[in-house]
Design a protein around this ligand. Structure first.
Ligand code: BGC
Length: 764
């Protein structure tokens, strides 16, 4: 049967190739799209028709250029890109957006190139396209996989309506360093939570049918180790041990493959001496061979060329050779493949089989997207108008924004605010800022399109609300080129803030980082409140101690003074388009906070890297004041300001009756009773951690291995069960093999990584 099928396929291919070659048809590629063939067969057929240069063309990605709907450029760099498009030497474009522009570039590829192969159109849809969800770190704080998936789903819906069919997201890099500006783009410090969120995001973007016009291909990035840049300095060297690589960095990437992610992006950094882009162990041995990833790998922006600066390739030609051989399938903006690869193949330095493999992978994804059936399927002007900014999308982003907020502290039930007869002073430039909540990844979103906290609070009209800025957030220009200087010394408007604070029952202060102070290339060495905001906070505190501090930021901050003095603190990150509405609903108790930190908050920068799943060391923490030589600082505690998993509610939750039962070989059932002992209905993220006490490769003192989001009415009680299997109880040894070792374990359950209930069990 199979022999007959392959014989018929061969005949069909030969006939089509002959027919196509003879006919000079401009749409040869679309002619290979016979429904009788599988996608792999269609791709093979197309590959057999392509010249070496055309196959390499598929591996070339250009950034958007000229006013695509205007006249074609006739000279310079842009003219070259245009010429390459017409020759079929471009497989993808990024940063071309909007139906008109996408249609215009697609038209050149499809109608003017010899084979008419459609482009795949990439864009950084990181937390939305035009209508923005919270930054990814904030969304991770929701621990709500459904809400996160939904947020990616509407991001795909909106982006696809603007012509885009491929996002460079999710970023699944684990990071333990709040100095690194890109922590805002990931899911925090934990591999287990990070893997679950990676999966949710991929399913959200890609849906269950990639060929629909409202789903887009996702991209797990940056492979690998980017989040471990030394000293939190972006693009810096990465030097991590095997165990960390296997157990912390790799899991979200492996999960991404299992979730069916269509593409990967490699990373700027070197990893143990070899740039990731030229690293064949990472890309070929692990990703493509061991994990069986069948999508394609795109380089990061210019990362092929950057191997010269890394000191790994002597020129662009060698960089192209190394990265193509290492399994980087597509070149983003290094111009290396398009200019060097054909010669390298002719010289025998890169095998044509590698080129075929890369082109095959890229063409396959284009087929799966349905681009060969209709290259303009994402280019419907009416749909673009209808979908972008729709109320459906705004509802989803508001929902996830509320769920992303974390209540860090709430003394004397200062929160929620009363909805009537309270005099409230709102202070801080960020409180009226309509741009900062959009964060730094907001290429398509317009300035001033977020709902500010001031606007959100004005909707609650039962109170007297006064507002003063107190101090500017930003001096100079915020934007591109980025001038990130936050107001460092101007206190002229302090008095106005102090005056309204004096008159108020409660002061709400919105302080923190501007949206452009975190993100790519925005590493910081000082992560307190920037500028004179700390001084403003202290000055207001002098006149009114009833302060609710609302933090806006893209990374954990060292807010030790605030934690000591301010009764209520809310972590509200950068929450996107609906930011002010979400914050107001939390402040006034229309939504009871349910978020939990996905990243540890340090007390001081000197503690970084600080994370909950550290190793015990040979000289662990001790309470004995007479012991001097143990692993600690002499000027700072070992504990964080707020631990991973921390987050309060307006109600109280209590955990009891932790029980562990063995259920068959290496199957453990853990149960606990959760009760709402407070006065409000609320949601709690019940977290389960384990500790493997002795192992051939030492294990952390706690590892998250399960969590459940549970909603309870006041006085309600629920029994919760978790299942632990080999998947949760094993680990990767230093050969990269997953093993499960018998021995003694501890299990902990509670509302943060600082859990109180614990039990023992053993594996036989
Ligand atoms: C970033 C990537 C991003 C790419 C394209 C790079 O600078 O590292 O994450 O997808 O630019 O915009």
């Amino acid at each position: 049967m199979n022999t007959i099928k392959s014989f018929l396929t061969t005949i069909l291919i030969v006939v089509t190739v002959v027919a196509c070659t003879k006919s000079q048809n401009k749409k040869l590629a679309l002619n290979t799209n016979s429904t009788a063939l599988t996608i792999d067969e269609k791709v093979d057929q197309l590959i057999s028709m392509m010249t070496l240069e055309e196959k390499i063309g598929q591996m070339n990605q250009y950034n958007g250029f000229w006013d695509v709907t205007g006249p074609a450029p006739s000279e310079g760099h842009e003219a070259k890109k245009y010429d390459h498009l017409r020759k079929g030497y471009v497989g993808s474009m990024l940063n071309v957006r909007g139906v008109n522009d996408v249609r215009a570039v697609q038209k050149i590829a499809v109608e003017e190139s010899r084979l008419g192969i459609p482009l795949i159109i990439g864009f950084d849809v990181i937390h939305g396209y035009k209508t923005l969800s919270p930054i990814p770190l904030a969304e991770a704080a929701s621990w709500d996989l459904e809400a996160i998936k939904k947020s990616s789903e509407v991001a795909a819906l909106e982006a696809s309506a603007a012509g885009i069919n491929w996002t460079f997201a999710p970023m699944v890099d684990i990071s333990r360093d709040a100095r690194w500006g890109r922590v805002m783009e990931g899911a925090g410090e934990d591999a287990f939570l990070g893997s679950k969120i990676a999966e949710a995001r991929i399913l959200g973007f890609q849906g269950n049918d990639l060929s629909k016009n409202n789903t887009i291909a996702a991209c797990a990035k940056h492979f690998a180790g980017y989040g471990f840049a030394e000293a939190g300095k972006d693009y810096n060297t990465v030097d991590v041990g095997t165990s960390t690589l296997n157990n912390i960095i790799f899991p979200p990437f492996k999960t991404s493959v299992e979730a069916g992610v269509k593409t990967f992006m490699n990373s700027f950094n070197e990893l143990n001496g070899v740039p990731a882009t030229g690293n064949s162990t990472l890309q070929r041995k692990i990703l493509k061979d061991k994990w069986n990833f069948d999508g394609f790998v795109v380089s990061d922006w210019g990362s092929i060329m950057e191997m010269i600066a890394h000191g790994h390739a002597k020129d662009l030609k060698q960089a192209a050779e190394i990265s193509a051989n290492a399994g980087s399938d597509m070149d983003m903006e290094s111009y290396a493949y398009v200019s060097e690869l054909a010669d390298l193949v002719r010289e025998g330095k890169v095998s044509e089989e590698f080129i075929n493999d890369a082109a095959r992978r890229i063409l396959k994804v284009k087929h799966e997207l349905g681009l060969f059936d209709d290259p303009y399927k994402y280019c419907n002007l009416e749909r673009e108008k209808e979908v972008i900014g729709s109320s459906e999308i705004n509802e989803v982003v508001l929902d996830v924004a509320k769920k992303s907020i974390v209540l860090l502290k709430n003394e004397n039930e200062l929160l929620p605010l009363k909805q009537k007869n309270q005099k409230i002073a709102l202070i801080g430039a960020l409180a009226s800022d309509k741009t900062s909540p959009l964060g730094s990844w907001r290429i398509a979103a317009d300035d001033n399109t977020a709902i500010s906290v001031l606007e959100g609070m004005q909707k609650y009209s039962g109170n007297k609300l006064t507002y003063a800025k107190g101090t500017d957030v930003a001096l100079g220009k915020i934007g591109f080129p980025f001038e990130l200087e936050i107001n460092t010394n101007d206190k002229t408007e302090f008095n106005e803030a102090i005056d309204i604070a004096q008159e108020a029952d409660v002061v709400v202060m919105v302080l923190g980082e501007h949206g452009f102070q975190s993100g790519e290339a925005r590493s910081r060495t000082k992560i307190g409140l920037p500028g004179v905001q700390q001084e403003l906070l202290e000055a207001v505190y002098e006149v009114n101690k009833n302060i609710v501090l609302v933090l806006n930021n893209g990374r954990p901050l060292t807010i030790t003074w605030a934690d000591r003095h301010i009764p209520s603190i809310i972590e509200a990150w950068q929450l996107g388009t609906q930011s002010g509405n979400a914050i107001a609903q939390i402040l006034y108790g229309d939504y009871n906070p349910s978020g939990k930190l996905p990243m540890t908050f340090p007390r001081s920068v000197g503690q970084i890297p600080i994370y909950y799943n550290y190793k015990n060391t040979g000289r662990p923490t001790t309470d004995n004041p007479n012991i001097v030589f143990w692993s600690h600082y002499i000027d700072e505690s070992n504990t964080p300001l707020y631990p991973f998993g921390h987050g309060l509610s307006y109600t109280n939750f209590s955990y009891s009756q932790l029980k562990v039962k063995a259920k068959g070989k290496n199957q453990i059932e853990v149960s606990v009773v959760l009760a709402n002992t407070g006065n409000y209905k609320g949601k709690e993220v019940a977290q389960l951690y384990i500790r493997d006490l002795f192992a051939s490769v030492t294990r952390p003192i706690k590892e998250l291995k399960g969590f459940k989001l549970v909603e309870l009415a006041p006085n309600e009680t629920k029994a919760i069960t978790f299942k632990l299997t080999e998947k949760e109880l094993g680990f990767y040894n230093n050969e990269g093999v997953f093993i499960v070792e018998p021995g003694n374990f501890k299990v902990f359950v509670g509302g943060s990584s600082d859990t109180v209930l614990e039990e023992d069990f053993s594996l036989k």
